[in-house]
Ligand binder design. Structure first.
Ligand SMILES: NC(=O)c1ccc[n+]([C@@H]2O[C@H](COP(=O)([O-])OP(=O)(O)OC[C@H]3O[C@@H](n4cnc5c(N)ncnc54)[C@H](OP(=O)(O)O)[C@@H]3O)[C@@H](O)[C@H]2O)c1
Length: 217
């Protein structure tokens, strides 16, 4: 139950061997066209989309909705970047003014950004539990977490998700690139995150697994 935080949908695309990117962190297209359309339709339905600074630095995503994938006008979600030390480059696409952007830094950070609102939340590192309450207070009720590996790990480890969508593309990336589980590799057997498989759907040359967390209480 979301309570005083937004409903959270974690979404990512993984290779058949579970990698989110190449070993050097470079992005490689994993999703089929059908899955890309699904992601844009999902963005169009949520209030906010969140990534970590690692993804901004590696992929420079726009995080907006492409009109060609949806019926009617695009409704761009608020873009949220977890960036404790204010490292978002001034020419990053999330600062292009195409949609509202929140750069979330630690309280110590003094960097100001143009074309974005700055939220300070947490000492040394962004405190995601507190941030979620702030987002909820702003009326943001549905949040899509798009990565990368470290950020997904934080949300999963703290049990902060209501749905986990993993699209497995039919590609093997090998190497030691980021994985879905990299952020929570220190889990012991007892702490393993149990999931309920909600649906499995073929989307082009790949398959979407949709999970819900199994709550412990
Ligand atoms: N296949 C996919 O679906 C997909 C989607 C997105 C990204 N990716 C790939 O993932 C890779 C980037 O992943 P990444 O793990 O390097 O970076 P990331 O998860 O995008 O960002 C991690 C950074 O976010 C900041 N952060 C602030 N507060 C945090 C918190 N509470 N929990 C976690 N992180 C917090 C930290 O930097 P500070 O300490 O500086 O704040 C942290 O190092 C890229 O290679 C990208 O291509 C793949």
């Amino acid at each position: 139950m979301a309570g005083n935080r937004p409903e959270i949908i974690i979404n990512c695309a993984a290779s058949a061997d579970g990698r989110l990117a190449l070993a050097d962190g470079k992005q490689l297209r994993i999703s089929s066209e059908e899955d890309i359309a699904r992601v844009h339709r999902l963005r169009n339905r949520v209030d906010a989309v969140l990534v970590g600074i690692g993804t901004v630095l590696k992929d420079d995503p726009k995080l907006t909705v492409k009109e060609k994938y949806i019926d009617g006008d695009a409704r761009h979600p608020v873009r949220v970047v977890l960036d404790s030390h204010g490292r978002t480059p001034i020419d990053a696409q999330v600062l292009n003014g195409a949609a509202p952007t929140l750069i979330v830094t630690a309280e110590e950070c003094t960097t100001e950004f143009e074309n974005a609102e700055n939220i300070r939340c947490g000492r040394n590192r962004v405190d995601i539990s507190r941030l979620l309450i702030k987002l909820h207070e702003r009326g943001l009720r549905r949040l899509m977490v798009e990565g990368g590996s470290t950020v997904i790990g934080s949300f999963v480890k703290e049990g902060l998700f209501d749905e986990l969508d993993i699209y497995y593309g039919s590609i093997l990336l090998g190497g030691d690139g980021p994985t879905i589980t990299a952020g929570f590799s220190s889990f012991s057997g007892e702490d393993a995150v149990r999931l309920e498989l909600v649906s499995v759907e073929r989307l082009g040359n790949g398959v979407l697994h949709r999970y819900r967390p199994v709550r412990r209480d």
